[in-house]
Design a protein around this ligand. Sequence first.
Ligand code: GLC
Ligand code: CA
Length: 564
Amino acid sequence: METKRTRWYKDAVFYQIYPRSFCDSNGDGIGDIQGIISKLDYLQDLGINAVWLSPIYASPNDDNGYDISDYRQIMPEFGTLDDFKEMVAEMKKRDIKLVMDLVVNHTSDEHFWFQESKKSLDNPYRDYYIWKKGKGKKGKKAPNNWTSRFTGSAWEYDETTDEFYLHLYSKKQPDLNWENPKVRQEVIDICEYWFNLGVDGFRCDVISCISKNQDFPDGKFNFVLRGDEHFTLGPRIHEFLNELFEKSWGLHDSMIVAEAIGCGHKDAPDLIGESRRELDTMITFELMEVDMLMNFLPVKFNLKKFKKVQRAWQELPADCWPTLYYENHDQPRSVSRYGNGGIYKKQLAQMLAVSYMMLRGTPYVYQGQEIGMSNIKLKDEEYQDIASIKVFEMVKKYFRPIMPIARKVLAKRARDNARTPMQWTSGPNAGFTTGTPWMKINPNFADRNVADQQKNPNSELNFYKKLIAFRKGNEVIRDGSFVEYFPNSKKIYCFERALEHKKYLVICNFKEESINVNVDLLGFKGAKLVMSNYAKQDEILGDAIRLGVYEAVIYEMDNTVEEQ
Ligand code: GLC
Ligand code: CA
């Protein structure tokens, strides 16, 4: 019988764990499952009630676990299946849901399926992947001009059978052939396997790219990325997602969130509308693209554009549920991106928290965001991420003179920024490990760490805690309407959330300067201050308000009181 889907995720605040960098329990310098277990009390105390766990499956780690060699095994560096079971049980005790990463656009080239597939043209696993004859007289030219997201051609030649295979990411991440029903059945079986072990859902990695145009035409010209239009939301995407929903996802009280790369709010109704029976929610890059050119180059942050993207997601049809996030393991740190920390770095981190957590949707806090962790300065050889390493390789090979520019771009954009170990204490190695950390720790851990912030009632951490508690069970924040004020302002983000007799006015100052805001026409006169990242208390709103640097305020108006 079909389980009722309760859509529990509408009441969830997620915490994303990037296991390699979270907490190391055995001193090998690599975060692991026992490390996660040791921090579950911390997460419970923070008030989150769901975890998205980046991949912990067996993997040769070409892309830190996003290249899976066995979907049913745990990476030995992270622990065992018994550790995993223990973690699930400990999470259940604390009412924390677990959403696992599902990376099935591609596997590792070390997966058994690929090892078989490459052996011969008639191997039973040949059609698990996308093989094509090369072009040119000798057949040694790539089948088309598609590029990998990690630079270079998306095709790799393999001598054994004199054919090329497709890889939208590294050559150690061959793309699966979703046209093959056996592949789709394997994915269903994998989902069922983890559901049976107690997981509550999946974050589906680059799932918008699983259906490829079977003519494999050349992509339109673009310096960096080519081919996108032939595999993003490809011809059979909705059919494939619906099949997974009917045969697995929809049979459980689950949450399925897509990493819908290349998609935007306009694609949302078809992918996440409840009646579609495909996905529950989606993560897109629209907000991330506001201060980015060609998916990578940093450009100046523009609050007006930023707000416009958020507004589009807030105004989606009622049966579409948004995802709210500023950070993850692929993005730079928000405090380094959306402001100049300086002496106001605490206020900045807290203001950013209010600016997205008061919106409609499911918020995600990425590990370390709650203590305001920031970008890191690295030397060339200290970069660990394959994407950064590939950029350096390419620039060195073809455009050496622009190395200084490449360095600047990577300093801002590199995924390494998000992957430095979690800063737990001011002690050795930030309390992350007793050994040598796999990646450089941000030296600012001495004055930016969990232990110190726990002691300080006004810290970023304690502010996050208050805000999460405020959000929990609050129907106005979950179900209320959204109205934005001053949409053209490049300084403040101001909006109202309202449900029946109750409403909130949220004002966030994104500027490193104080500012006066005239609020007399917004209908909030007499509203009381319920949250502020400055030491204000019990204030009643008049006609105007003065906000300090990076100040955020929430005012509440409850009309039932007046009616009585
Ligand atoms: C997603 C992941 C990223 C990974 C890529 C390939 O974008 O978030 O970390 O490199 O997919 O799996
Ligand atoms: Ca370890």
